[in-house]
Design a protein around this ligand. Structure first.
Ligand SMILES: O=C(O)CCC(=O)C(=O)O
Length: 383
């Protein structure tokens, strides 16, 4: 977004902002609530003291002039105040300030790898969080492997999410286990717990022991795969993003059910995430032709998730931990033979927002990134 200019119109002054080769109008109802005047916002929290829902629908800008580098604006409801053009320009695009995702294929050999001790340094943590936000996963070497240390590791990145499995879970083969993850079978690419609302945002899986030849870990980026499927079969993709599936988990004390489409899009059609766990889902009744179209699309998704061009496959060694966005990067493992030795992982979930918050705070602390409107507003003298 570019420069703002004031133009006269028969209805009074208007503010225009450059956007690429065209200009967009900033409506009075959009501008008016963005004031950081002390009568409009609490000075400590930056939270709004007035309710913009109550502004009159026919609100108008009645005067506009430059006051140094700031804009002085007056509105038809009697309010006048100073506005920072940079803050207005930032507000044109709604973003949390984190970098956008960078979809990857395994053939690009992404290897965002960090050392646990080094991650205690804020600069290195900042770099790791940036990688995580862009790629949807990081690998961490030399993590502490005491019982429950996964929680200490998790709290370095965000806030732990408790579930019916407890604050953390242990993955090792046991007879009559309540989930296939706790048997030695192969687990195809999947996201965890699509039957929850909300679905856990981020998963940490740490290897404590692996004495078997098998049990290799896999990761695949659903964003790269889904974009490929969208290009090949737009109609099928649209079904995957709109037809709700039913996911369920049950044991003696729990019954969790959630109904949602496999692919989650935002209002602009951008991918937000994926809920993919063939062993836990049921499709709804559709017409014969839609069922076939749906089948073609989901079968292509499944094929690409396990395609060596998309799937990373590696051995997680004791002390190594992978942290991945559970709504974006699918994980799985190859089968293993418990007769060869013991294989044990511990894992837990953290929320997506905690990691983004930690990244943004580190950006702010080190003077990088977009300044918050509130920080900027501190520079704007009350009118
Ligand atoms: O055993 C593994 O490597 C992965 C286990 C798993 O996929 C899970 O717990 O969801």
């Amino acid at each position: 977004m570019g420069a703002i200019r004031i133009v006269a119109s028969p209805d009074g002054p208007q503010l225009l902002i450059r956007s690429g080769s065209s200009e967009r109008t900033l409506p009075a109802l959009w501008l008016r609530p963005r004031s950081y005047d002390e009568t409009q916002r609490d000075a400590v929290t930056g939270q709004r003291l007035v309710n913009p829902h109550r502004l009159p629908e026919d609100l108008k800008l009645i005067a506009a002039r430059w006051s140094g580098a700031l804009l002085h604006l007056s509105f038809s409801d009697g309010f006048s105040g100073l506005y920072d053009p940079a803050e207005l320009a930032d507000g044109v695009t709604l973003t949390d300030g984190c970098p956008p995702p960078r979809p990857w294929r395994s053939e690009e050999k992404p290897d965002p790898r960090y050392d646990w001790i080094a991650l205690q340094d804020e600069e290195i943590l900042h770099r790791a969080l940036k990688d995580f936000i862009e790629l949807g996963f990081v690998l961490v070497d030399s993590t502490p492997t005491e019982r429950e240390s996964i929680l200490q590791i998790a709290r370095h990145f965000g806030y732990v999410r408790d579930t019916n499995f407890g604050p953390y879970f242990e993955v090792y083969s046991r007879p009559f286990a309540i989930d296939l993850a706790y048997r030695p079978v192969a687990l195809g690419p999947h996201t965890d717990n699509p039957y929850r609302a909300p679905v856990p945002g981020i998963q940490l899986l740490q290897c404590l022991q692996n004495e078997t030849d098998g049990g290799l870990s896999t990761l695949a980026d659903s964003m790269a795969v889904a974009e490929q499927v969208r290009g090949e079969n737009p109609q099928g993709f649209a079904l995957l993003a709109s037809v709700p599936l039913r996911f369920e988990y049950r044991d003696a004390d729990t019954q969790l059910v959630s109904i949602k489409p496999m692919i989650e899009l935002d209002g602009h059609g951008n991918m937000v995430g994926v809920h993919y766990s063939p062993r836990l889902e049921d499709i709804p009744l559709m017409s014969e032709s839609d069922t076939r179209l749906y089948q073609r699309a989901r079968s292509r998704m499944g094929e690409l998730f396990s395609d060596p061009r998309y799937e990373l496959r590696f051995r997680l060694m004791p002390g190594q931990m992978m942290m991945f966005d559970n709504n974006r990067v699918l994980h799985g493992r190859t089968a293993f033979d418990p007769a060869q030795g013991h294989r044990q992982l511990q894992g837990c979930y953290i929320d997506r927002d905690g990691v983004r918050s930690r990244f943004l705070v580190l950006e702010r602390r080190h003077g990088r990134g977009v300044q918050s409107p509130f920080d900027r507003a501190a520079k704007v003298a009350p009118s």
